[in-house]
Each structure stands twice: as C-alpha cells, then as structure tokens.
Design a protein around this ligand. Structure first.
Ligand SMILES: [Zn+2]
Length: 286
C-alpha cells in the first residue's frame, strides 16, 4: 500500500517547532492546533474564526493529564469513560454530542458545532485508546501525567491524548461562534490501535458521519503539519505440513521449516519504492 506524501512548504514550517523526539509537548500541540483552526477556517469558510491567538496552555496540559488518567490501553480498550468525559466537555462548550459504541465500552464521540448545507465542516479527529505499556519498567507513572520541565509523561501522552486535548481546548474557543458557518466536527474514536476498528465502524455509518471539507488527524508529527500517512499491510499466513509417526519422520513434512523460509524471505523483501519525503522508506521490521 502506498500513500502520496507532500510536505508543507514555507512559510508553514516556520510556524512549528522543529521535529525532535521525546515525550509529548502539549503546549506546542495546542499552538499548532490553534494555527490549523485559523488557516483552515480562513480557507474553507472565507473568514478567520480565530480572532485571538492566545490559548490557555495550562488548560491544554491539564486536560492532557486528565485524559491520561483514564486507562484506555488497547487491548482491551475501555474508552467509554474517557469518551464520556470529552463528550461532556464538548456539550458544555456548545457542541451537539453523539456517542457510538461498536462493542461494550468501546465508545467513540462525534461532536458538532455550526453546520450549513453550503459546505461540509472541518473535521478534527483523534483516538482515545493507547498502546500497551510493554514489559520494561516505566521511569514515570504511566497514568498520572507527570511533568518534568516542558515534557509530560504517560502512556498516550504523545499518541495521542495531547493531540486530543489540544483539539478540545481549541474547540472550546469556537463552540459558540460557528452559527452560519460550515462548522467543526470532532471525531474521537475508540479502537484505533491494532486495526482502526472504531474508525471503520464509524465510516460505515454515513448518516452519523456526514461529509468533511477537510480532516485534520492529531497523530504526533513533532508539531509539523504533514499531508499523507504511511499505509500498512497486515496478513496471516498458514503453512501446512504432513504429520508422520516418530519411527518414520522422513514421511512427514515439517511446516515449521516452510514457515521459517517464508519469514526469511520477508526479511529481504523489497517494496520496490524509493523513500518518499518525511514518511521515509517502505519496509518491515528488521
Ligand atoms: Zn495514534
């Protein structure tokens, strides 16, 4: 699977913090989302909805910490409480909020403000679940949102509760200013990690989702706005053998040998594509 990538050109790059590793920087994220709101609202609505460029960084940090405290490690996910928290805030800020559960506790949020028949809204989307903790001991608590300098630690602080928090804080600034505009829709999904099931379920509900004029995804990109995304290929392979009695093993076929040969071939597989922009080279784990 390939995706087309197209890096942002100047002067966009100057507006963002240069890429760098490390933990989440929600203040920078909040600033990024604010600028995206400003530019997109100008492009799509013909007017800038963002009249003041100040945004409460403290709120973005506090909200990220609060979202981190919902344990939404997937599997199993359990996004419901986190989704309800985000939904309650959005409702308070003037958004029309709907929930969708594709399975018990696997809750996504769709929130809208404004809206018109003339043009579809800007959609901001992020996922509420986070990947497992792994086996190594954490230096910081994974679910309390500890901070150290300008860094915030916790599972999902970068991918992507800081992004969701930044979108929420930005959304608050616009909730009651969108009447007569195409509006803003926030889609906060369950079940992204491990196959994007939550998004797939929502995409199958056109009456709920409607159309989008543009979609901004809050995946971590070191605060650069990037157009495009790597795709992935996942597959299951079955290798068959032939069983034989231990006294006559030569009559059997060992499926493990066949699987080992297959795996070795995958290691050297060439995707036949040149590295492309920021998405880098195609490949598999080495
Ligand atoms: Zn993610």
């Amino acid at each position: 699977m390939t995706t087309t990538t197209q890096p942002m050109t100047e002067p966009w790059r100057d507006l963002w913090t240069p890429p760098g590793g490390g933990a989440s920087r929600p203040r920078a994220w909040a600033a990024s989302v604010a600028i995206i709101f400003q530019v997109l609202s100008t492009a799509l609505f013909g007017q800038s909805l963002f009249r003041h460029r100040t945004m409460s960084a403290t709120d973005a940090v506090a909200l990220t910490r609060s979202l981190l405290q919902f344990e939404t490690v997937n599997p199993p996910g359990r996004e419901r409480e986190c989704a309800q928290r985000a939904g309650a805030l959005l409702q308070e800020w003037g958004y029309r909020v709907e929930y969708h559960e594709y399975a018990e506790g696997r809750t996504s949020v769709v929130a809208r403000a404004g809206g018109s028949d003339a043009k579809p809204p800007i959609v901001f989307t992020g996922h509420l679940d986070v990947v497992p903790l792994g086996t190594r001991k954490w230096a910081h608590d994974a679910f309390s949102g500890e901070t150290d300098g300008d860094k915030l630690y916790g599972r999902g602080s970068s991918d992507m509760k800081a992004g969701v928090a930044a979108m929420l804080v930005a959304a608050r600034a616009f909730g009651k200013k969108l009447e007569g505009t195409p509006g803003i829709t926030l889609v906060l999904t369950a079940g992204e990690e491990g196959g994007c099931i939550g998004s797939q379920k929502l995409a199958a509900l056109p009456a709920l989702m409607g159309k989008a004029g543009a979609i901004v995804v809050g995946e971590p990109t070191s605060n650069y706005p990037l157009v495009g995304h790597k795709g992935s290929i996942k597959f299951h392979a079955t290798f068959r053998g032939v069983s034989a009695h231990g006294s006559m093993p030569q009559l059997g076929v060992n499926a493990i040998y066949a699987a080992a040969k297959g795996v070795s071939k995958l290691e050297g597989f060439s995707f036949g594509a040149k590295p492309q922009g920021y998405s880098g080279r195609r490949g598999s784990n080495r």
